[in-house]
Design a protein around this ligand. Structure first.
Ligand code: FNR
Length: 350
């Protein structure tokens, strides 16, 4: 694909993500947390920092992979990095394939490291990339981790998609063996099953981002890009973020779970943490806020978002992330049915 086509696709993705972002009733609304009337901690005693084997997030929140590779993407990446810096949260860039193919596209990514020199930054590639290129992607940003996105539905629906999947798993393993930052296997909004998480753990990967359905929907986005728009029957494909977290919980695998997909407010974020995530990623929500309100207001909004996560933790009497894991919750009947049916076939891995 030539560079102008790739850059045009980047801009289409940004615009369609903004236009089609799902806002109505998600599975987050089907989880009720149990209130505690007599907290034993004060708000200023709450520390929600997330400790991972390779880094610590000051807050359990990060800006997830979106873009790079066009002029519009450069400006967005710069602003997202400014937000990440001001709010002291990590940030992932979008797929760096464009920069790996065309050096002129590199600055749309390096601008992130320039704007946020000391931040935790994740680079991003697809599962088909040779490990030498994965290394270059990490070097480009001096990245702290490498997200490898797994986006089969997107590739299959997108008119110009790459549908060679047979080597994905062995290639992921090869990348992981040849780089010296951790690999995060990341969905793009279709969620992950217990079987997928087990497969990833079995090849020695320590991090997954289960990125589920509920916000940005690449089935809808890519169908919009099809001349006949003839694949709308896949609009609801995949597991929601909550279902994916329930899958991970049933599996109980010793792996670090990052959650993203449709997180739209601090309560959604806390629900994901209660259900086992160690940090929560935002893409479509923050992109939309930035587009509508600009960088300064988005910084203020995100600071409030983080502050309000602490308010909810206080209401749940949780002074740290690990306390959230024992918070009580009730699932809607359909989510409970999902758990009942899946628990019969998911074998706990430890
Ligand atoms: C994305 N996402 C994404 N993910 C990835 O791993 N590599 C990428 O290049 C992109 N590109 C991209 C572009 C745009 C405009 C958006 C909005 C999203 C997917 C993203 O990281 C996330 O997994 C999903 O968007 C689901 O989260 P939200 O948007 O519902 O919070």
């Amino acid at each position: 694909m030539d560079d102008s086509l790739r850059s045009r696709r980047k801009n289409e993705h940004i615009q369609l993500a903004l236009d089609t972002y799902q806002t109505a009733g998600t599975d987050f609304d089907k989880v009720q947390l149990i209130h505690q009337s007599i907290p034993s901690i004060n708000k200023n005693q709450i520390d929600l920092s997330a400790r991972f084997p390779h880094f610590t997030f000051k807050y359990p929140l990060y800006i997830n992979a979106m873009t790079g590779g066009s002029e519009r993407a450069t400006e967005i990446n710069k602003q997202l990095a400014q937000i990440a810096k001001a709010c002291e949260i990590p940030m992932a860039v979008g797929s760096t394939h464009s920069a790996l193919k065309d050096p002129n596209a590199a600055s749309s990514f390096t601008i992130v490291r320039d704007a946020h020199p000391d931040g935790i930054i994740f680079s991003n590639v697809g599962a088909d990339i040779p490990y030498e290129k994965a290394k270059k992607s990490i070097e480009l940003l001096n990245a702290d981790a490498l997200q490898i996105h797994v986006n089969a539905p997107q590739e299959l629906i997108m008119p110009e998609g790459d549908t060679q999947f047979e080597n994905w798993l062995t290639n992921i393993q090869e990348i992981q063996e040849n780089i010296d930052v951790p690999v995060i296997i990341k969905e793009v909004g279709f969620g992950m099953s217990a079987e997928t998480i087990q497969k990833i753990k079995d090849i020695g990967i320590q991090y997954v981002d289960i990125s589920g359905r509920g916000g940005t929907n690449f089935a809808i986005i890519e169908n919009e890009r099809r001349p006949l728009k003839d694949m709308a029957f896949l609009n609801q494909w995949g597991q929601s973020t909550i279902q994916s977290l329930l899958e991970a919980k049933l599996l109980n695998a010793d792996i670090n779970i990052l959650a993203s997909g449709g997180v739209k407010n601090p309560l959604d974020a806390i629900k994901a943490l209660v259900l086992g995530a160690q940090a929560v990623g935002l893409s479509g929500y923050i992109l939309k806020y930035l587009e509508e309100s600009g960088v300064d207001e988005t910084i203020e909004h995100m600071k409030q978002f983080i502050e309000q996560m602490h308010v909810i933790a206080n209401l749940l009497n949780a002074s740290q992330l690990s306390d959230l894991k024992s918070v009580g919750y009730v699932l809607s009947p359909d989510l409970q049915t999902y758990v009942d049916q899946r628990s019969k076939v998911i074998h706990r891995s430890n």
